[in-house]
Design a binder for this molecule. Sequence first.
Ligand code: CP
Ligand code: NVA
Length: 297
Amino acid sequence: MDLLTIKDMQEEFMKEVVELAVGLRKEGNRARDDLRGKVLISLYEKPSTRTRLSFETAIENLGGHCIVMDFKSSQISRGETMADTARVLSRYCDVISARLFRHTDLEEIAEYASVPVINALTDVEHPCQALADMQTIIEHGKDKGKLVYVGDAANNVANSLMLIAARYGMHVVLCGPKDFLPSSEYLEESSKAGGKVEVTDDPSYAVKDADVIYTDVWVSMGDEAEKEKRKEALKPYQVNDELLRQAKPDATVMHCLPAHRGEEITGEVLDSKQAAVWDQAENRMWAQEALILKLLK
Ligand code: CP
Ligand code: NVA
């Protein structure tokens, strides 16, 4: 079994992974040997801090081992295909994770690998982030509430988040300027999931009675050519004290990180007691432990 998107992840399996992640964090045991002798190969075409380190610590905590390969130092940079790379990697490891630009490249790896393949972020989705985010929302007691995503609501993080939150029955609101709203495909999928899903370009309307406010960078990796246009269009969508005041007084603020302080979120909000961002970062490790355990056992 692979994990390429939340969209294609079976709901029951998804909820089992999140539940296990909550349990693993509670237990707090970072010296298990469930996966002794198992190897994860982690591929990177884009930069990463959290994903790379949380995958490495997750497999090490379980008694296994991680090998990281970035595209620049591999033969992929000289034209070896994803398919051939996947076939070779499968001979060395038990599970592959990959962070890529094109989602179709990930699908090619999954097609030719004989071991499970995990999406460590593509331009379409960031499912591992969503698993850790849902874990965080549950731990903060907000999983029955209203979640508002403000900013570039058409990006990978927004896609995975809206789907997972909708599947947990949350009231989900996606808020951004009209060129930065989710595709009809993702909107339809999340509406089908059960929760109430809304789209708006009005941040004040969106955050009214919000239990969770989520944002992400305005310029995702690969969007650099549109940097100025994006910053201009998204300026009214900054998560700042004024916006936060319009939500519930104890609203939780979330961000997958890295944050660009002063752009999508102010330093004051990020450093405030309402921010759950460091829990989210930690939970990447527990959620990926849970995922790898479920995939390999
Ligand atoms: N949130 C996240 O995926 O961070 P990195 O880009 O540092 O991996
Ligand atoms: N949307 C961001 C997420 C980074 C973790 C990006 O793709 O760059």
